[in-house]
Design a protein around this ligand. Structure first.
Ligand code: NCD
Length: 307
């Protein structure tokens, strides 16, 4: 039963529960008008303490397309956070007005804390450099739809694997499906955190390699997941400037890749995929953004327990 649950970490749902969400998303994609009144009378609160385009808009669009209503802030300075209110107090207040809440916060664990004080479902829309489970739902639905399977894939993750929360969540989620292999492509300073390496990959005997050069490995990949260097999480600007253009996926590199490799990116892109790649049929990142809205429609409906 997903009704009334929170989604804070990608492992919060069982594989069966994930399938429930994906199946509903497929039904919505097939016939969106049938769901236009599903959430009538319900309110979604979006509490965004950090910038966002896709995540907030896709949640808001999702709720509006389900016939529900939306309130919230996209700027913590316009909420009582600016007066020093705690996340625990904010969520208890918002729970008086809304039926479900989505929270993005620069501090790791803030949405988790909110969920501990909330009777309404709380969804983590990104907490610092930690996790981003609904981007993972988006990524999984895209892979499942385009590659037809979430198993037996060689997944290259490239860029800022240290601070990239979408990467952490996606590795966790894909490690639960059979026979996936990971190729982790990053500068030495931006490798995955040790807890992902030890607790997820090594502990579950999952095959992975860590390399610095994309050209060495791109021909082996079924999926290439590009990410931007997370400027806002760096301690100093010089390091960011030195590392920001470590990888640029262009037409030349795409020639080395398999014909059926797909390129994903959570977006926003900065420089890491050149615009010419957008025309390559293997580039799936804008489709991915669209799946994000549908999977969030399914998630909201499931957590609210509406039919
Ligand atoms: C990602 C995020 O916020 O972590 N964006 C998103 O939600 N699609 C990726 C990023 O900001 O680089």
């Amino acid at each position: 039963m997903l009704k009334g649950r929170h989604l804070i970490d990608p492992m919060d749902f069982t594989l069966e529960e994930l399938n429930e969400v994906f199946n509903l998303a497929d039904q919505i994609i097939a016939c969106p008008e049938e769901f236009a009144h599903t959430c009538e009378g319900k309110i979604l609160a979006t509490l965004f303490y950090e910038p966002s385009t896709r995540t907030r808009f896709s949640f808001e669009a999702a709720m509006l397309r389900l016939g529900g209503k939306v309130l919230g802030f996209s700027e913590p300075n316009s909420s009582s956070a600016a007066k020093g209110e705690s996340v625990a107090d904010t969520i208890r207040t918002v729970a008086c007005y809304a039926d479900i809440a989505v929270m993005r916060h620069p501090k790791e664990g803030a949405p988790k804390v909110a969920s501990m004080y909330s009777d309404m479902p709380v969804i983590n829309a990104g907490d610092g450099g930690h996790q981003h489970p609904t981007q993972t739902l988006t990524d999984l639905l895209t892979i499942k739809t385009v590659k037809k399977s979430l198993s037996n894939q060689t997944i290259g993750l490239c860029g800022d694997l240290k601070f990239g929360r979408t990467v952490h969540s996606l590795i966790k989620a894909l490690s639960r499906y059979e026979n996936n292999k990971f190729v982790l492509i990053s500068p030495n300073e931006l490798k995955i955190p040790d807890y992902i390496r030890r607790e997820i990959l090594q502990k579950n005997n999952i095959e992975f390699v860590e390399v610095e050069r994309m050209e060495e490995v791109i021909d082996k990949l079924d999926i290439l997941y590009m990410t931007r260097v997370q400027r806002e999480r760096f301690f100093n600007e010089e390091d960011y400037i030195r590392l920001k253009d470590s990888y640029i996926l262009d037409g030349e590199k795409m020639k080395l890749a398999k014909d059926d490799m797909i390129v994903l990116h959570p977006l926003p892109r900065v420089n890491e995929i050149s615009y010419e790649v957008d025309l390559d049929p293997r580039a799936c990142y804008f489709r991915q953004a669209k799946y994000g809205m549908f999977v969030r429609m399914a998630l909201i409906a499931k957590l609210l327990g509406v039919k």
